[in-house]
Design a binder for this molecule. Structure first.
Ligand code: PEP
Ligand code: MG
Length: 559
């Protein structure tokens, strides 16, 4: 038996023979062409074929994996006709007379390098996309096709890495799980695996060897473990785990349509966190009651220049319309710290997490803030909108942000542009200052949403990006939980509702605590909705509240 450890990015247990993905490699000739214009035409025709193939793939992905997956291929289509990309190829062909396939190869390497060197992990993952699109164009130019699975039975598919287009083209009935040597959790292939519900493990490096091909492998997507030729005891254990998971999924399905209500009748809203409009179908299919956090900065991260008011309006309108009257909380731009955007041209900072980020940027650069607020208010006519400001520390910041909202509303009224008159205004409680001042801040807003990822980071002075801090980064720390309790009390005294939209909201070990301190809403990833609903429905708050609060507030508390 051989045990291999990687990183699980899509849960589930699978058993099956290991199969190495066959990728046809084409050797790229480098030649000087005589007729550069004819060569340029050859590129343009291959580019057009690639764009049309990507359109077909988008349609296939839409049927098999949903809108989010289809969007990947639409993004690839845009990448294939990106002006900078095309111009770089044109220059090589026309000015150096390089043949088209070699020019595409060179430009792809140059763009992939550029993405790989960016600080942001999302942008780094785009290197794989540019290679994927270019591989397709090169394949068309050289007449080679992409690989597949030539096996009569379903397999555990191994590869060095898989491009999104390779993933979606594969015959899903033949795939039990994915295992890749490289990859990143935020790569589109990981996203696709999750959307398709196929277990996936990335980053096994060279532990997985081609000579294991054909042997039986067990993959556990929740732990990241890959076992080759398991012994009988391990096999039995993993079979039981798979049975358990399947049973659990069936049981969870039965919770769809049911209320998030405790045994003693306390109700709580369970909403979802999303990063773009394409996530909405997953919210609805998991029975999310609303959107508690739309991280609007992902719209900005997906653009190569400031997104216009109209572009943003369309995106917000889509989320609100698709949610069909359910509440949607859109957070205003939260960049800075780990989310850097080149076109913002922010000066480099020593301590970016404590620097110019989120609402601070918006207040310092009102033209950016105003564009977003105008788009948000215009979209409010299409649903039930809440606008939320991130990274608040002071009362004056909220007053200034609200003044800006008033100015925008006046402008829209003067222009005759419709907007809803019941837009809620809220703030994120993610700094200790906001938690401590929550009695005062509650007088200015309709709701609070606690960003426990940052609240933990700032309360414990522990960088949330640093994996080495281990036990020092403890979101269960009483300092964090006591702040949440205080925020709830201050909110409720002032008639303001409180949610949690940090990762902690889905932590089932704390559901009793959140219910006991009176949290009104938990916003979690779509897949966490039903497990959380189950936990809520099993809890009797009146039975546990006293003890939970006494434990949290006791004098001799550990830590
Ligand atoms: C948080 O800080 O908990 C939060 C939800 O915001 P983000 O993770 O986007 O910083
Ligand atoms: Mg945050």
């Amino acid at each position: 038996m051989i045990s291999i450890q990687g990183k699980g990015v899509s849960t589930g247990v699978a058993f099956g023979p290991l199969y190495y993905y066959q990728r046809q490699k084409s050797t790229i000739r480098r030649i000087t062409v005589e007729d550069a214009l004819a060569e340029w035409d050859r590129f343009k025709s291959a580019q057009a074929t690639a764009i049309s193939q990507l359109g077909e793939l988008a349609a296939k992905a839409l049927k098999e994996a949903g809108e989010e997956a289809a969007f990947l291929f639409e993004t690839h289509q845009m990448m294939a006709e990106d002006m900078d990309y095309e111009e770089a190829i044109e220059e090589l062909i026309k000015e150096t007379k390089l043949n088209a396939e070699a020019a595409v190869t060179d430009v792809a390497a140059q763009f992939a390098d550029m993405f790989a060197q960016m600080d942001d992990t999302y942008m780094q993952a785009r290197a794989a996309d540019v290679k994927d699109v270019s591989g397709r164009i090169i394949g068309i130019l050289t007449g080679t096709t992409q690989g597949g699975i030539d096996s009569p039975v379903p397999v555990i598919l191994a590869a060095d890495d898989l491009a999104p287009s390779e993933t979606v083209q594969l015959d899903k009935s033949k795939i039990l799980a994915f295992v890749t040597e490289g990859g990143s959790g935020s790569s589109h292939t990981a996203i696709l695996a999750r959307t398709m519900g196929i277990p996936a493990i990335i980053g096994v490096g060279d532990q997985l060897k081609p000579e294991y091909e054909g042997r039986e492998v067990i993959v556990d997507g929740s732990t990241g473990s890959v076992i080759v030729e398991a012994d009988e005891a391990t096999r039995t254990k993993m079979m039981a785990k798979r049975e358990e998971q399947l049973k659990r999924l069936k049981l969870l399905e039965q919770l769809k349509g049911k209320e998030n209500v405790t045994l003693d009748g306390q109700k709580i809203k369970v909403f979802c966190n999303i990063g773009n409009p394409e996530d909405v179908p997953t919210v609805l299919s998991n029975d999310g009651g609303g959107v508690g956090l739309f991280r609007s900065e992902f719209l900005y991260l997906n653009c190569s220049d400031y997104p216009t008011e109209d572009y943003q309006f369309e995106a917000y309108k889509k989320v609100l319309s698709d949610m069909d009257g359910k509440e949607v909380v859109i957070r205003t731009l939260d960049i800075g710290a780990d989310k850097q955007i080149d076109y913002f041209e922010m000066p480099k900072e020593e301590n970016p997490a404590l620097g110019n980020r989120a609402l601070r940027i918006c207040l310092n650069r009102p033209e950016i803030f105003k564009t977003q607020l105008r788009a948000l208010y215009r979209a409010s006519a299409y649903g039930k909108l809440g606008i939320m400001f991130p990274m608040v520390t002071s009362v004056w910041e909220v007053k200034e942000a609200k003044k800006m909202c008033e100015m925008v509303k006046k402008e829209l009224t003067a222009e005759g542009k419709p907007f809803a008159d019941d837009v809620q205004i809220g703030i994120m409680i993610e700094t200790p200052a906001a938690a401590v001042m929550s009695d005062r801040l509650a007088k200015l807003v309709d709701f609070f949403s606690c960003g426990t990822n940052d609240l933990t980071q700032y309360t414990l002075a522990c960088d949330r990006q640093n994996n080495d801090l281990g036990r020092f980064f403890n979101p269960h720390h009483p300092a964090v939980l006591r702040l949440l309790k205080m925020v709830c009390e201050n909110a409720h005294k002032n008639g303001v509702w409180v949610g949690i939209c940090g990762e902690l909201g889905a932590d089932l070990e704390l559901t009793e605590t959140f219910l006991s301190i009176g949290i009104d809403e938990l916003s979690v990833s779509p897949r966490s909705v039903l497990p959380l609903r189950q936990k809520i429905r099993e809890t009797n708050v009146s039975e546990v509240r006293e003890k939970v609060i006494a434990d949290l507030m006791k004098d001799d508390i550990e830590l």
